[in-house]
Design a protein around this ligand. Structure first.
Ligand SMILES: [Zn+2]
Length: 313
């Protein structure tokens, strides 16, 4: 069922018409047969137009495979959705709504909405705490790079990101493993400690810089601090280069593609970025299918996206 493909061209040869896309999504969504999304009945009619009708007399509702998914209420063909998912998940730096609009021939507004829905489908699984050596650091998204402390500046982003809104992002990464990103109110221990306790195993070795916000850690963790202010960046196994590298990638993806991630949507950008980072060993097809699997029950309404004035950004 999950044919391997490693290019957009290969994928579109597999999904050469709308019916093939519908059939594929149906197989991904209901791998054990169609289930009525209204009442949960497995007794359903398959209608000629590819939709379904529930056999339960009290329910008897008609539904399509899109119902209750990120594709719900969308008039855009699944073929275009599949292309959008491919482009949004395969490019390391993501894709802007302007570029996506051109690539799949929709309006920029539609592309913008599609990208938000795709990001909303990302499943964040934090059931397992990070183990081994974990690097923790915080960074600022938005605001002028030149105003930041030298150790927090990211090469290649100077002068960019002149957005007024600055978000503080806490990053935790298992060396050689998973990345987790969170927005925090400010970089103090009150904000950071609960997130670290929630996400990092008690037996882990934690590496941070010398910031006061990490002073509490030695009481709960094996804690190594790198003294950036002293010009120290690596001290044996103690370094934070992995998380700083991830921050660098994230910032460049924001600068190059999104221009500005407004605070309102930053959680979804972070989740998307971390997910792509964590699924870097997956094949392109595997990644598309993984997103399709989580596309159900994660509907995002237009109303939830736009701001009070009805503008989208
Ligand atoms: Zn039903």
């Amino acid at each position: 069922m999950f044919q391997e493909f490693n290019s957009l061209f290969d994928m579109m040869q597999v999904f050469s018409d709308e019916k093939k896309c519908v059939d594929h999504f149906r197989a991904v969504r209901w791998s054990n047969g169609v289930v009525c999304p209204h009442c949960g009945s497995v007794e359903v009619y398959n209608l000629k137009d590819g939709t379904h009708k529930c056999k339960e007399k009290e329910c008897a509702k008609k539904f399509s495979v899109r119902f209750g998914t990120i594709f719900d209420d969308s008039k855009i063909a699944l073929q275009k959705w599949f292309m959008a998912i491919y482009l949004a998940t395969s490019h390391k730096k993501g894709i802007s709504s302007c570029q996506l609009a051109k690539d799949i021939k929709v309006t920029q507004k539609t592309a913008w909405f599609m990208l938000h829905r795709i990001r909303a489908a990302i499943l964040v699984d934090r059931s397992e705490p990070l183990t081994g050596t974990v690097e923790i650091d915080e960074t600022y998204v938005g605001g002028k790079e030149k105003n930041k402390h030298a150790s927090k500046r990211i090469k290649g982003t100077q002068g960019a990101g002149s957005a007024k809104s600055k978000a503080v992002v806490l990053g935790m990464i298992k060396r050689g493993g998973e990345l987790r990103l969170d927005v925090i109110e400010s970089a103090n221990s009150k904000e950071i400690a609960p997130l670290v306790r929630e996400n990092v195993c008690k037996t882990a070795t934690v590496n941070t810089d010398e910031g006061n916000q990490y002073n509490w850690m030695h009481r709960e963790y094996e804690h190594a601090q790198v003294k950036h202010a002293m010009g120290e960046y690596v001290n044996g196994d103690a370094y934070t280069n992995t998380i700083e590298g991830a921050f660098g990638h994230f910032k460049r993806s924001i600068v190059g593609v999104y221009h500005k991630a407004s605070d309102k949507h930053i959680d979804r950008y972070l989740n998307m970025f971390a997910w792509r980072w964590n699924s870097r060993d997956m094949g392109e097809g595997e990644r598309v299918n993984s997103l399709l699997k989580s596309a159900q029950g994660r509907k995002l309404t237009y109303k939830a996206l736009i701001n009070k004035r009805g503008a989208y950004e």
